[in-house]
Structure formats: C-alpha cells, structure tokens
Design a protein around this ligand. Structure first.
Ligand code: CS2
Length: 481
C-alpha cells in the first residue's frame, strides 16, 4: 500500500497530515527544481497557507532533468512525508501542497502551458548555483550548449532561463500579466542574479523582450534556510514502517526553518507572514549572514571533514580542531556583515552551533562538498575580500579555500563528491607539489576573485595554507592557525 489521498485517513494518529480538502485546492505557483530542499522548505510553507484556507496557492512542481521525483510521488498523489529530526525525536508530517508533477525533458510543452496559465502568479526556483549558467563576470554564459539550444528551439527549452522567458513571452502576447519570479537558491542577491541572466537570455532572443524581462517582471530576492540531508534507503524504510504504508521518497530535515523574502509581488502572493515568513524591503543583510555564517561554515566543515575522515557534519563539528576553526571563521565573517541592519549574529551562531550538532540528521560532508567552485565565491571568497579591503587578516578563510583544493586533490578513483569544473581541474590538481602554481590555476579556472585587486595576495595566502596542509598534515596545520 502506498501513501496517497486514499490512505491518508488511515495513518497513525501521531502523523500530521493535510486537514484541508486537497481536491478543492487550485494551483497558483509553478516550482522549477522540485528536489528535497523545495519539499522541506517552500512546499511546507505553502502547505501551511493551504491549511489556513488560502486554497489558490497549490504548487505544480517541475523537474528540469530527472523523472525520479515524479516517478516516486505521482503514485502518491504528490503526497510525501517530512521527517523532522532532532536528538532522538522524529516527527512525521505529510505535506499536501504539491498538486502535480512535471518532468520538463519529457514534455517541455506541458511545463510551458502550466506557466502560461493566468492562475499561476509566482514561479519559484531551486535549481542550484550552477544552473544560473553565469560566467566569471556574473553574466549569462551565452556559449553554454543548453543556452544555445534554447535560443534555437524556444518552444522546447532545457534551462530555467528558456522556460521562464518563453512563458513570459507567451503571457505578454496573450495580455496576461507576468508572474513573479522568486529565486530560492543560495546565491547573493538571488533575485537580481536571476533577473540579470534571464533578461540577458531574453535579449538574445529579442531586444524588446530583454527590456520587458528586465523592467516589467518582478524578481524579489529571498533567503532560504533549512538543512536537508539526502534521503537514504534506511530513511525510506523507517518512515514507511512508521506510516504503515510506503512512502517512496520521504524528506529528512531539522525543526528549524527560515525564509526572508523581499515584498515585491505585483501579481499577488499568499499571506506568508502569517506562516512564519519574514517579508522585508531588502534581504541582502540576511542573505549575507546566512551565506557566510551558515554556508561558509558548512563548506569549511565539509572539506576539513573530508580530509579528516568525518562522514557527517555532526561528527566533524564535534572534532575540537574543526570546532575551533569554525568558531574562528564565524568571528572573521561576522566582522564583514553590515552593522546596523538589525542582525543578531551572536544569537545566530549559537543556533547554528546547535543545528550543526544535530546528530539525528546524519548530513554527509560529501553532500555539502559538491560543487565547491560554484558555492565558495559567495560563501568564503566574498567575505575574505571584504576582510582584505578592511585590512584584516585572512588566515582562516584562505585555509578553508586551501582545504577545498586539498580535498579535491585527495579524492581517489571513486570520488565522494564532484564539481562541475572537474574536467578542467583534473590536470591542475595532479600537477605536483607547487602550491603557488596550483592555487593560481584553480583560481583562474573557477574565476575566484577575478576582478579584485586583492586577488594576488589571496592566491599567495591560499598557496601558503595549501603548503602548510601538505607539509604538516591537516591536524598540525589547523593547530598552527
Ligand atoms: C549546504 C546547504 O549542501 C550545501 O551546500 O551548505 O544546502 C545548506 O544545508 C542549506 O543552505 C541550509 O539552508
């Protein structure tokens, strides 16, 4: 028996479930990138809206690549379980906000049709950093094969850019107001970033369409936060046993969740502030705090953890050498955050420390270690350059960058994590023991600090840290910091 509308009523009493009539909910949001993070975060907030009677905001979820999520959830009427874990507690919550699941490559026209529907007033995205297809200058990588394909075949796109711009163009032609595009990816100024690459893509189709996307479509920025480890088969089995019916793809998460959103939704929005969303005029300070303190520490823990053989964040964070490093980098990065923006950084890192120590999550360091070339610019490099600008020391952040390079190089024939630049990085990382040349080449390949006057000094510091790591070993090198 599967979790589904039909079996919902028979779940054990302790399992929370939609207590609203799903049949009367209508869709108002299209989500691109319907992975675990979306299902633990935005879909949970929307579920609360639906439960409170705002029935016009159900979600049509689309995968831009793989059919896996649809294959797991379609037989379940879009239902799935959130397993909220802390300590030895696990609360099960069935989420009902995903109404339909689409797989873009199977039927791009169906996704475009959903996005053109005037009832859809918001398109949210969690497509990950690399899917924005930016070059080192932050502009659209117009030579990317998927972008070229989408320019050649606008009616059958592959990229988020292609779908969004085609749907906006058709709405415009039909006299339907544009939907609001809400990026939920871990990028600084994610709305501005999304608008820039989408408008540049549109302009390659037609200058007037480019102007329309730039000026007439709303792209509020948002800061999203919830830790969501990848689901394992053991999680599937445990959750299904507790439900008494099988859930092919439950999502694991922590109790904490946060969403800070710029309040710019000309086409309307759910009354999100009633459900814990913070609506603000400018999300930048929150975003910087989260990217630098949470994600910057996460990536540091991931690479140091990989080098020291720690499988999970909680294990690595319990290692006093890593904990000391993280406490230090928090202080380093707090010094770069805007004063007077009302951020309570002391409280924030206290909470982070307890979130990272949550052993029930088993969040794997290898999962976070993926895609470092796409993540580290906003997680580590930006704050490091800010410190250099202020004349402050950068030993720890440079060490974190060196740990990334060392962890990349230490991967064996069955790499635990991957990077989209792996092909370009492979010859550099095996180049031998000239740390200065190695760091220079890695920075060049990944575009780190490309336009900063501090780049040479940052390369030198990172090379010194890499030399110390290889000469002294990770523990001794950490102890010297
Ligand atoms: C993590 C994030 O995988 C990663 O890179 O740092 O996914 C992190 O768990 C989330 O941003 C938390 O909100």
């Amino acid at each position: 028996m599967r979790l589904s509308n039909a079996t919902l009523a028979d779940l054990p009493a302790a399992v929370r479930r939609p207590d609203y009539d799903r049949g009367s909910v209508t869709p108002g949001i299209v989500h691109l990138g319907v992975g675990a993070f979306h299902r633990a975060h935005q879909a949970a907030y929307v579920d609360a809206c639906l439960a409170a009677g705002e029935g016009g905001w159900g979600i049509v979820g689309a995968s831009l690549r793989s059919p896996d999520t649809r294959d797991a959830l379609a037989p379940q009427d879009g239902l799935y379980t959130l397993a909220v874990r802390a300590g030895d507690r696990e609360d099960l919550v069935v989420i009902g906000s995903l109404l339909r699941l689409l797989v873009a490559p199977e039927d791009p026209a169906a996704l475009i049709a959903a996005m053109v529907d005037p009832a859809m007033r918001i398109v949210t995205l969690t497509v990950t950093e690399k899917a924005y297809l930016r070059n080192a200058a932050g502009d659209l990588d117009a030579d990317h094969p998927d972008i070229r394909a989408d320019l050649a075949h606008p009616g059958a796109p592959r990229t988020a850019h292609g779908f969004i711009v085609e749907a906006l163009a058709r709405r415009r032609a039909a006299g339907t107001p544009p939907f609001t595009v809400l990026s939920c990816d871990n990028l600084p100024n994610n709305g501005i970033t999304a608008r820039r690459v989408m408008a540049q893509f549109a302009a390659l189709r037609d200058a007037d369409l480019g102007r329309f996307v730039m000026e007439d479509v709303a792209f509020p920025s948002s800061m999203v936060d919830r830790i969501v480890p990848a689901t394992t088969d053991a999680d599937r089995a445990r959750v299904s046993a507790a439900l008494g019916v099988s859930d092919a793809w439950p999502v694991l998460t922590e109790p904490f969740m946060q969403w800070v959103v710029e309040d710019h939704f000309p086409a309307g929005r759910p009354d999100w502030e009633r459900f814990g969303v913070t609506m603000v005029e400018d999300v930048t300070p929150y975003e910087e705090m989260k990217l630098r303190l949470l994600n910057g520490a996460h990536s540091s823990i991931a690479y140091l953890g990989q080098l020291l053989g720690h499988e999970t964040v909680a294990d690595a964070f319990a290692d006093p050498a890593i904990r000391r490093f993280v406490d230090g980098i928090w202080q380093d990065f707090i010094a770069t955050l805007p004063a007077g923006a009302g951020l309570d950084t002391a409280d924030y890192i206290r909470r982070l420390a307890s979130r990272f120590a949550n052993t029930a999550l088993r969040h794997r360091t290898a999962q976070i270690a993926n895609d470092g070339s796409q993540k580290l610019p906003q997680r580590i490099v930006a704050a490091t350059l800010d410190r250099m600008e202020q004349g402050l020391g950068i030993d720890r952040p440079a060490f974190a960058l060196a740990a990334w390079i060392a962890a990349l190089a230490s991967r064996g024939t069955q790499p635990a994590f991957a990077d989209p630049l792996d092909a370009a990085l492979a010859p550099i990382l095996t180049a031998g023991d000239d740390p200065a040349a190695e760091v220079e080449a890695v920075f060049a390949a990944s575009g780190f600090a490309a336009r900063s006057p501090h780049r040479p000094a940052l390369v030198a510091k990172t090379a010194a840290a890499l030399a110390s790591l290889s000469k002294l070993g990770v523990r001794d090198a950490l102890a010297r910091l």
